[in-house]
Design a protein around this ligand. Structure first.
Ligand code: ATP
Ligand code: MG
Length: 591
């Protein structure tokens, strides 16, 4: 019978083992590998010197390796200690060296803890054998793919993957990094399109970051904040006049699909040109082509100079869609902490919640209402609470958030819409009926509200806007009541005519933001009622002429509104007079 090939056992060492150590290791091998098939004589035991170990031993038994060496950082640590011992008395500050070396050592020891993959698929991997892995920690898989710990159980943990799961195999080694997920930050990000991990995807090459910020960080405390008192102008008449937004506010844009939600956000970004507001647009679960188009629009309007776009498309893995808004907020916080004002748009949080639901279900968390996990409220509250207006001591910067939520058939009482409505400081509700009737932006006056922005409105705007909101609400109500009656009294007829004119004036095409001065002058003219007889189809033409004339002839009024934010009674009276005389001229030309 042919002799069985021997079982190779090699012991690598730096300092030769003592006889006692050798005996101990041999006993270990005998205990582990001698069985019915293999006798002690079948084992080829040899020793070999290997300097690179740094210290200790490595025992290789067939295909298995027992690593008792201090290779790597631990070895360096020993080396440094030796060095310090030699240098005592020299110029070196021994304590500080000791401190850095122990810190390095701790870091090294953390890196050394590794585990292995038990299963991988659907953007999730389960990993065993990790010691002390933390929630939210970044892990690196053997193939280089990164993941984040999202679920910690008794014997394994669930990891969401930021790369393709097909590159991960069972038994692959997984290493802890001891780091939280973070993104690069810096002024160089402006004008760039990044993915959720902060890597450029616009093909314009790398950028030089000024730092690295964790994507999750606690919201500023109450004492670190101050009240909202500066307007953030959207340039959209119906919003600035009735639902003003202040810097540091969170105003929800909510409505069915294709009702102009994104358009409002983009117009607002475009309107920040020259106002010193940095913008961050976070696209979640949208088509790549839609995002490309949007970036194009921003570029054309010169808005990319002060904007960062974070894009996680519908084809990105759910984990990337899940972290995208947090990454965007981290970038916004960088600017806010420098004392700047930032506008951030989350487009949209419904898709964000859906991505999180997919992850949670795959991580086998128990589903709750609408199959969302129990912590879906916290998902959005911890995100939106990070928008703030910082106190002067903290630099006075701000983050204004415009989260977007898509409703199904106008149902605002679904789970995610009610959650986000309750977190934000107001909402702009867009209605598909109005949109299809041609009233765009399709803001529903009755269901929209801004809870803190009033404090940020200028005196001039407050005075000019007056009772627009109430007038419009009354008009909408009256319109329904009077639909079928033919003989109406004059007062009602006038009220209807006034309402119609208001509705017409609030129409605004995309990409045409109105300055605050123009808005104030338009509202003053319309609210006075002097132009109620103007035919609806002529409203736009008349307004343009009126604004042009006032800008040309009444520079003090323009100056007061623009720079002081005021409009006194004389000026108001003057504007009304102007509108009235212009209407007469206008109508006589038309006839
Ligand atoms: P989705 O649900 O697909 O994200 P959305 O609610 O974000 O849609 P938008 O993409 O902003 O809606 O707009 C839908 C369409 O309506 C676009 O074609 C846009 O050009 C048009 N639109 C939006 N606002 C206006 C407006 N004020 N005037 C004219 N057209 C508009
Ligand atoms: Mg949209």
């Amino acid at each position: 019978m042919a002799k069985k090939p021997g079982f190779q056992v090699v012991l690598y060492y730096v300092t030769p083992p003592s006889a006692e150590q050798l005996q101990g290791i041999w006993n270990f091998v005998l205990g582990k590998y001698v069985n019915e098939d293999r006798k002690a004589e079948d084992i080829d035991f040899s020793v070999e010197e290997d300097e690179s170990l740094g210290g200790g031993f490595i025992l290789k038994c067939g295909n298995e390796v027992y690593n008792w060496s201090t290779r790597g950082r631990l070895g360096q640590f020993n080396e440094k200690l030796q060095q310090i011992r030699r240098n005592v008395g020299a110029d070196e500050d021994v304590i500080s060296i000791l401190r850095t070396t122990t810190e390095e050592f701790r870091l090294a020891a953390r890196f050394r803890r590794s585990g292995y993959v038990v299963s991988a698929g659907d953007g999730i991997a389960r990993v065993k054998g990790l010691e002390r892995a933390e929630y939210g920690e970044i892990l690196i898989f053997a193939s280089g793919v990164k993941g984040m710990v999202q679920d910690i159980r008794r014997d394994d943990c669930g990891v969401i993957l930021f790369g393709r799961d097909t590159e991960i195999r069972v038994w692959d080694e997984v290493a802890r990094t001891g780091l939280r997920a973070g993104v690069p930050v810096g002024d160089a990000l402006l004008g760039r399109v990044l993915n959720a991990l902060g890597e450029p995807i616009d093909g314009d090459g790398e950028f030089e970051a000024e730092g690295y910020r964790p994507i999750e960080s606690p919201a500023p405390s109450i004492t670190a904040r101050q009240p909202v008192d500066t307007p953030l102008e959207t340039g959209i008449l119906s919003i600035d006049s009735m639902f003003p937004i202040g810097r540091g506010q969170r105003e929800l844009i909510i409505g069915d699909r294709q009702t102009g939600k994104t358009s409002i956000a983009i117009d607002t970004i475009i309107n920040q040109k020259g106002k010193g507001v940095k913008c961050v647009y976070v696209a979640i679960g949208q088509k790549a082509s839609t995002i490309a188009q949007l970036v194009n629009t921003l570029e054309k309007n010169g808005a990319m100079d002060y904007t960062v776009v974070i894009s996680s498309t519908a084809s990105d893995p759910a984990p990337l869609q899940f972290i995208a808004p947090y990454s965007g907020t981290a970038i916004a916080e960088f600017f806010m902490n420098k004392g700047e004002d930032v506008l951030i748009v989350y487009d949209d949080l419904s898709k964000h919640a859906v991505a999180y639901r997919a992850l949670s279900l795959l991580l086998e968390r128990s589903p709750g209402r609408e199959a969302y996990p129990g912590d879906v409220f916290y998902l959005h509250s911890r995100l939106l609470e990070r928008s703030a207006r910082l106190s002067e001591e903290k630099g006075g910067g701000s983050i204004t958030a415009l989260p977007i939520i898509e409703t199904q058939a106008g149902d605002v009482s679904a789970y995610i819409p009610t959650n986000v409505i309750s977190i934000t400081d107001g909402q702009i509700y867009l209605e598909s009926d109005l949109f299809f009737l041609g009233f765009r932006p399709a803001v529903n006056v009755g269901l929209s509200v801004s809870r803190v922005g009033g404090a940020a409105q200028t005196k001039a705007m407050k005075k000019a806007a007056g009772s627009v909101r109430i007038d419009l609400a009354q008009y909408r109500e009256m319109e329904v009541f009077t639909q079928f009656s033919s003989d109406l009294d004059d007062a009602t007829k006038n009220q209807l005519r006034h309402g119609r004119l208001l509705m017409e004036m609030l129409k605004q095409p995309i990409g045409h933001p109105r300055s605050m001065v123009d808005q104030v002058m338009m509202l003053t003219a319309v609210n006075s009622g002097v132009i109620d007889s103007l035919p609806l189809e002529m409203v736009r033409e008349f307004m343009d002429g009126y604004l042009k004339k006032v800008h040309e002839e009444e520079q003090t009024i323009v100056h007061d509104i623009e720079l002081l934010g005021t409009l006194n009674d004389d000026e108001k009276y003057f504007l009304v007079q102007k509108a009235q005389t212009m209407l007469q001229e206008f109508m006589s030309i038309k006839e």
